[in-house]
Design a protein around this ligand. Structure first.
Ligand SMILES: [Zn+2]
Length: 182
């Protein structure tokens, strides 16, 4: 009953072409489908569902789901995550998905513009992309370069300067730089 490997290899790509009617699929509905097995190959079916979810999110955000955008979305929209463009580049490269840095930057910028990601600028050369787009703050580990989420309600800013004339404060993002004590 194991699906043939070559059949699976082909099935990984059509997820790009899946119609919106297929997007209602949930994991349990795959039961009994020939391509779903309890072996390691089930990853492929999960991947297909994952790709469909990403595709739906892109469409909902008004983004045309190109293969590159789907592949990037599959990494950056997976769950709570902070990622740099460099890290993303290496992950795609290791996954044997050739893509230019320019495409990565443009896609990340587009995802931010469309509200799928939030850019966290630690310094001009350290920009992170955050898949948690709701308001929250961060600890930044200066040694590991890691960002850790702080729920918005855990920070109270009691006083901050009045914005320049004709400007209003849009949001206050707190970035607390931390370092290991030992
Ligand atoms: Zn965050």
């Amino acid at each position: 009953m194991e699906p043939k490997p070559d059949l699976l290899a082909k099935e990984r790509k059509p997820s790009v072409e899946v119609t919106s009617t297929s997007l209602t699929c949930h994991h349990d509905r795959h039961r009994g489908r020939p391509r779903r097995s309890s072996g390691p190959r089930s990853t492929s079916a999960d991947e297909t569902v994952e790709r469909m979810n990403v595709r739906m999110r892109l469409l909902e955000a008004g983004i045309s789901p190109t293969i590159q955008r789907l592949e990037i979305g599959r990494i950056v929209l997976r769950g709570p995550l902070h990622i740099s463009a460099d890290n993303l580049y290496h992950q795609l490269e290791n996954g044997s998905f050739p893509i230019s840095r320019a495409t990565i930057y443009n896609t990340l910028k587009l995802f931010v513009q469309k509200g799928l990601l939030r850019a966290i600028v630690v310094s001009p050369e350290r920009v992170f992309y955050d898949s948690t787009t709701g308001h929250h703050h961060h600890f930044y580990d200066v040694e590991t370069g890691e960002l850790i989420d702080i729920p918005a309600e855990e920070v109270t800013v009691t006083r901050y300067p009045t914005p320049p004339p004709d400007m209003r404060t849009e949001e206050v993002d707190v970035l607390i730089k931390v370092r290991r004590t030992a």
